[in-house]
Design a protein around this ligand. Sequence first.
Ligand SMILES: CC(C)(COP(=O)(O)OP(=O)(O)OC[C@H]1O[C@@H](n2cnc3c(N)ncnc32)[C@H](O)[C@@H]1OP(=O)(O)O)[C@@H](O)C(=O)NCCC(=O)NCCS
Length: 187
Amino acid sequence: MADIVFKENSIDVDTYLYLRASVGWKKLSYTQAKKALKNSLYTVYAEIDGRPVGMGRVVGDGAVICYIQDLIVTPEIQGQGVGRKLIGHLKEFVLGISEENTEMMLALMCAKGREKFYEKYGFIARPTPNLGPGMIMYLHKSIEDYAGDSIMSLPDNRVRAVGGRICAADNARGKEKACKDDGESIQ
Ligand SMILES: CC(C)(COP(=O)(O)OP(=O)(O)OC[C@H]1O[C@@H](n2cnc3c(N)ncnc32)[C@H](O)[C@@H]1OP(=O)(O)O)[C@@H](O)C(=O)NCCC(=O)NCCS
């Protein structure tokens, strides 16, 4: 493999969207992606001959908990050690910002079939006999119906959960917004 270069805290929105698309993850809006990068604690991406081939980022409070997000290696480069190196950068960053004599939880949502990859680097798959499962929900906000509103502040009878995603129900018109479960492996 040609020389690989790792660049920290400099990924641009187009590269981020390109890398997500390369592994078939769901589309983000440009502004959503921009905000996600801006609010990250750390980003790293990998280039070969100026071409992006992988990335990872860390989100979190930087003191008690950090999450790895968007760990991606483009399909044609997978299996050549880039994912291992990206994990190394992410762990190193988190250790670097950790306070002496404290413990940071480093967490992630594992895509289906990647459990063994993460276990190699010390992650524990939950649930265990002592730890419950990780739990998530998708909050879907429809600008069309609720522009300017926070969905969490809507009265209960206008919000309901369907298949792990929160959907806004429009009682006035007696119909619901369509919601779909995006599937577990799509981050
Ligand atoms: C998961 C992913 C980041 C791994 O990156 P990669 O560059 O292919 O992995 P590496 O080549 O660095 O592999 C490191 C080690 O993990 C192993 N490994 C990699 N993917 C694995 C998998 N899916 N299952 C089991 N082991 C795996 C490799 O065999 C290698 O083991 P070795 O050191 O004993 O030889 C990459 O496959 C990817 O981007 N997949 C699509 C997006 C995705 O699912 N990301 C994870 C989101 S949670």
